[in-house]
Design a protein around this ligand. Sequence first.
Ligand SMILES: O=C(O)CCC(=O)C(=O)O
Ligand SMILES: [Fe+2]
Length: 280
Amino acid sequence: MNEVFFQSTKFFALPLHKKMELFRNEKLRGYTPTLDQTLDPENQVQGDLKEGYYIGVEVPEDDPDAKKPFYGPNQWPSEDILPGWRQVMEQYHNEALRVSREIAKIIALTLDLDAGFFDKPEMLGEPLATLKLLHYEDKISDPARGIYGCGAHSDFGLINLLATDDVAGLQICKNKDARPRIWEDVAPLKGGFIINIGDLLERLSNDVFRSTLHRVVLDGQERYSVAFFADPKPECIVECLPSCTSDMNPPKYPPITCYAYMNQRYNDTHLGLNHIMDKK
Ligand SMILES: O=C(O)CCC(=O)C(=O)O
Ligand SMILES: [Fe+2]
């Protein structure tokens, strides 16, 4: 974990033009600069004060799957500039996926499913799994004026394994339907993980698991975090599980493919991505 943070720091310390050479492509791999993403457009006057780097499942260009949305080769900084960087990130990606599958077993059992339910190919067997390195600027957020490190949102997919450094900033709102919203600080725990439940798990479980609304409010200190999003295969149809519905409790959400949901959420929160994805 220390090595992942160390290598992440090294990447973000590169000059902007070097990072922009790896600007996120249409498969959402690579560098996303400060202000590129706006996670809560309704309440933000500018984009998130964070830069990031997306690393997905490596699918070689000549693999037929590379034609599918979200699939393809990753972008990697050159070995000359950041030796060993790719190896560290690939190892972390593998391990984080393994841990996500273990956590998904516990979730499956609580939903009266087989422990291996999420290991099916369309779930986490052949997942969309994205590692996102994050770096927040040494700015001060001002929620009253709509300025945030990262705007309020819930993560899009099944679960997110979030590791942070020891700088505070993450807040959660336990009851997202309440008004006004009450925000609570999440104390940073270096070396630990915060597991966020995502929207697709909320839909699948018919609200048994609610996705966690969270945001980052900066206090002037630089901050690094590492998110790992474990999400189903794009073709997966996410619909209410039989064990989560009854006559008295009908499904709250219509079925949707993972692709349709994720694509919509990425488009809604990234500058100009509509344009890029529409061309596909
Ligand atoms: O940096 C953090 O603590 C939160 C990041 C986050 O919410 C996200 O990337 O979805
Ligand atoms: Fe998040």
